[in-house]
Write a protein that binds this ligand. Structure first.
Ligand code: WT7
Length: 575
């Protein structure tokens, strides 16, 4: 491997929140993180720590949230305003009978209500669940049913999707429309005083559904304790400070938007921008300029799209406030890092973690030299290693499973209603991430790929089983196998191999007819599962490669697609 190192200068090191990584890695323990948070009010409450405690200091009138939507509407909220609004939502939810431990789900676009409602839910000791606004009926149903959500907050626009499934959700008692009069009025009229629930660090705070290779999405549950690691990593890795204007481009439907757009970032008292609009290079640069963004946390697909949009666009904007860039969600290719050094005068810092890990686990730090292409080193207090399938540590430069030593503060507490699934993550005292990687002689971690069939498209995690199930629900489809196909822009795209119903095959002979069915199937998945999880490519097959027990072998489909040797086929059904 050709190593290309970006050296950090004296200025980077002296100014960094974490000046000496090596020392912290040697000496820091999670007990030390306690002095960064406040346990006096309500035990350890993550939302209290993110917002309310600042409202009692000089930060009271500091803007916490700058919000702007695609149409250019803009709003801002101080820490005190967020604190009071979240109190009001908390009181409204209590009036609806929400009690500690109840699941309250948010099916909302990135509007301000999402942020203060999330905080309000945690403050009354209930469990907040977020649902990405691109979800359609099937995805919504699976998550609301498994979680047993009692209350759902949504908008007028998204509500019809919920209406389509609510009859099958007996545990869902209330659907509240945040942009309609009754809810808005009840928040306005509610008391802005709230006694924060005295939450134990291990009480559940929020949950997120994520996909594996098989089965329905899993409800990953996090506790209030996660705030410790979210705070420390926002401090060390994102390097957040009071004078920063910070922009995390993630959606709270995914874990990054919760950990680094709400909890960890605000816990550091930083002013954060939320842009509730689609990706658009010119607009993004305008936002960096307009809000004087100094710290920016985004994802490789977006970076690659910015690269493709051309460098001349950048020169039209004043980006002189930028001082620190971070990336997450999929492999950050070396070209993207080199490009950012060229155009922004600084590298993107890769960070590695997962929905299950709850916070950044491996990262590049402002004060540490970057080996371009590497994800960096474990955060202080955490032990990471490369292990074999039996959970035995492997030596330097050996490919294996990226594994973490339990427990770390933001580690998931359970998989909701599936304790066996939770147990299956652990082998020989290690948490096995599902990612393959290696560690070099200097302790830097390098990402190699997924160990399973999970797809990462534009940084979003999609389970092939969910897409296959959506496809076979279509009357023309007999069976389907779904893989992630490498894509230079999106990392991977979803590709489906589909066996059509006999009668349909007989009727569709011409190319335009086949194309039409492909379009119909893509649209069908988009409409029933999720706007982002549809196959961009479909190929029709006579039959799919299967094991003798009838399991579709995605590995073979992928090898075929990539023109690679198909490997061991001894378990394969006659194919
Ligand atoms: C999976 C987790 C945690 C934030 C959003 C993703 C992939 C994550 C990196 C990275 C290469 C990465 C892994 C991981 N991933 N960060 N820096 N380099 N791959 O959370 O949706 O739970 O996905 O994203 O495959 O397992 P998630």
């Amino acid at each position: 491997m050709k190593e290309d190192t970006y050296k950090k200068g004296k200025k980077n090191i002296e100014n960094a929140n974490l000046e000496d990584y090596a020392k912290a890695a040697r000496t820091f323990t999670w007990k030390d993180s306690r002095k960064y948070v406040d346990w006096t009010e309500g035990g350890l409450n993550a939302a209290y720590n993110a917002v309310d405690r600042h409202a009692q200091t000089w930060r009271k009138n500091k803007v916490a949230l700058y919000w702007e939507d695609e149409a250019g509407n803009a709003k801002k909220y101080t820490f005190e305003e967020l604190s009071l609004l979240s109190n009001q939502v908390g009181n409204v939810l209590k009036d609806f009978g929400v009690e500690r431990g109840d699941r309250v789900f948010l099916f909302l676009p990135r509007i301000p209500e999402l942020y203060f409602s999330f905080l309000g839910i945690l403050k009354i000791g209930a469990i907040a669940g977020t649902l990405f606004s691109a979800f359609q009926e099937q995805a919504l149903f699976d998550r609301l049913e498994n979680s047993g959500a009692k209350v759902l907050l949504t908008t007028r626009e998204l509500k019809p999707r919920v209406d389509a499934v609510k009859k099958k959700l007996p545990e869902l008692k209330h659907i509240l429309i945040v942009d309609e009069e009754p809810f808005a009025k009840s928040v306005e009229n509610a008391s802005d005083a709230l006694r924060i629930a005295h939450t134990d660090p291990d009480d559940y705070a929020f949950m997120l559904y994520t996909s594996g290779t098989t089965g329905k999405p899993k409800g990953v549950v996090h506790s209030h304790r996660a705030i410790l690691q979210e705070h420390m990593t926002a401090h060390w890795v994102l390097d957040l400070r009071d004078e920063d204007a910070y922009w995390c481009t993630a959606d709270p439907g995914w874990v990054t938007g919760i950990a680094y757009e709400i909890l960890g970032s605000w816990s550091n008292g930083v002013a954060a921008l939320v842009y509730a609009g689609r990706f658009d290079p010119d607009r993004w640069y305008k936002l960096l300029d307009k809000y004087n963004i100094s710290v920016w946390y985004t994802a490789p697909t977006a970076i690659r799209m910015l690269m493709a949009a051309g460098d001349s666009l950048i020169k039209k904007h004043n980006l002189s406030h930028l001082r620190h860039l971070c990336s997450v969600g999929e492999p950050l290719n070396p070209e993207a890092v080199r490009w950012s050094i060229k155009v922004f005068g600084m590298p993107f810092h890769d960070t590695w973690w997962q929905t299950e890990t709850g916070a950044i686990c491996i990262a590049n730090y402002p004060s540490m030299d970057i080996k371009i292409g590497s994800m960096g080193k474990p955060v202080p207090g955490l032990t990471a290693a490369i292990v074999d399938d039996n959970g035995h540590e492997l030596g330097v430069n050996k490919e294996g499973n990226i594994a973490l030593k339990p427990k770390w503060p933001s580690m998931m507490h359970t998989i909701w209603r599936r304790p066996q699934k939770y147990k299956s993550y652990f082998t020989n005292g290690w948490y096995i991430s599902g990612d393959r990687g290696m560690m070099d002689k200097d302790g830097y971690f390098w990402f190699i790929g997924r160990a399973d069939d999970v797809i990462k498209t534009s940084g979003e995690r999609v389970g092939p089983f969910e897409v296959e199930s959506a496809l076979v629900a279509h009357p023309s489809v007999v069976e389907a196998g779904v893989i992630g196909k490498p894509d230079t822009m999106r990392g991977e795209i979803i590709k489906a191999f589909v066996v059509l119903e006999k009668s349909v095959i007989e009727k569709t002979k011409t190319k335009p007819q086949l194309e039409k069915i492909k379009e119909e199937l893509s649209l069908y998945v988009k409409k029933h599962l999720a706007g982002h999880a549809y196959p961009r490519e479909i190929e029709f097959m006579d039959k799919l490669p299967k094991t003798r027990s009838g399991k579709i072998m995605r590995r073979i489909l992928k090898a075929k697609e990539l023109g690679l040797p198909i490997g061991d086929t001894s378990t394969l059904e006659d194919y």
